[in-house]
Design a protein around this ligand. Sequence first.
Ligand code: C2O
Ligand code: CU
Ligand code: CU
Length: 496
Amino acid sequence: MKKRLLNRRQFLVALSASTVGALYLTRQAFEQPVTSSPSSDHYVSKEGLLDVSLDARYRSVNLAGREARLYSYNGSLPGPRLEVKPGDTVRIRFTNNLPDPTNLHYHGLHVSPSENADNAFLEVPPGETFTYEFTIPQNHPAGTFWYHPHRHGLVAKQVFGGLSGLLIVRGELDDIPEIQAAQEEFLVLKDFALGDDGHIQPPNRMERMMQGREGSLVTVNGSVNPNFSIPEGGLLRLRLLNASSSRFYRLMLQDHPLYLIATDGGALGEPVELKELLLTPGERAEVLIRGEREPGEYLLLNLPYDRSDMGMMGGGMMGGGMMGRSRSTSPDRSATLATLTYKDRVKSLPLPEQLIPVEALPEPQKVRRFTLGHGMAPGQGMAFTINGKTFNSERIDTQVRLNTVEDWEIANEGMMMGFDHPFHLHTNAFQVISRNGKSESYRGWKDTVPVPPGDVVRIRIPFKDFPGKAVYHCHILDHEDLGMMGVVKMQQLGQS
Ligand code: C2O
Ligand code: CU
Ligand code: CU
């Protein structure tokens, strides 16, 4: 079994290896024929077992109707959708055919963070195969989860290059009659930057060190503006994932409210009506749409979202002004993500009234504060920090006891130049208690929560089973790679 922690030297070695990798990539690209088109490949567990092989490699794929050279799992973009049930065993024979080390993380799953389970610390070297195996607990909530690489220092590059796939846990929520009768669609939102030659464009240094890399080719399931149908009179269920490394989506469907039924970690207690929905990197949401409007075409829009202070960097040094947050840089035009068209009248279907009750958590035994910041590090450019420190895989930043509840206050130091940071925790989902002291309007399970500059978000985490080491980090993957990640060690009382 290949398992190793990277010390600083190995990390540097790995970094220089990636430069060699870039050359190798170019050569390999010409040897690979176009092998696949955007695909909705999926695998469903059978008799309690999901047994699949995943192969990560750089190859030619069809992206948005053109030939592109990207990273993919099994040549599929997004990666194959995996579907399991509570109690299932998941076995993934993973082969790294990338030129760089990588690994797999199962974002949002409440499974062991150790050994060959959801272990963000291990690494699979180029050319090697590693078998992941873990069990989904019997009481695991149903929900929309995903998998992606998590090798520190290379995460943004590999995810932006195309690696990510959905991992669906089917359960209680799916058995609610109205939900079962709804038409289900999966929408993986992801942006790419392709050059004229179809290769990924490397991010510019500024972009990497500021808001994180973004590409102008915005896709849904690897396509530009795909079509989905709305059953007239019925319900459409969209499972949404933001698999972008840095891009935010502010979603709105023309003339239709969105009925939020699930957040990152699973179902809400009842549907919540929304006009629009912000989805930051790593977040998922499930919404219902009622086919109750005039039949026709409706656009799923991405409304402008101001990634604060981009104005200053993106050309507004003068215009936006140095004082205060400039809110002027995002394009002020909405972009179309997908088109939804009414089709086939169905027997009319009401919204479900009740979903799955969300447990109320007891008062915390402990309150901690995490301050998100950044600064220039001598000789290496921007560093992103949590409580003033950059990531070190061998340092334990936070020790928690199992079977306790903690509140974490995530504070984004709102400095003159601030960045939004979607804060993510592995292994245990949490509930957002308040933002700047104001309590949240509904209760739900999250594992990633946006924290804009100047904000303090209080989250409540039940640390349940699963001892071991896990991480928390910003899900703008360039920020994570540039240090904004910490290690939490979870243990039983009396264990050391
Ligand atoms: Cu989706 Cu630690 O990440
Ligand atoms: Cu994660
Ligand atoms: Cu960040």
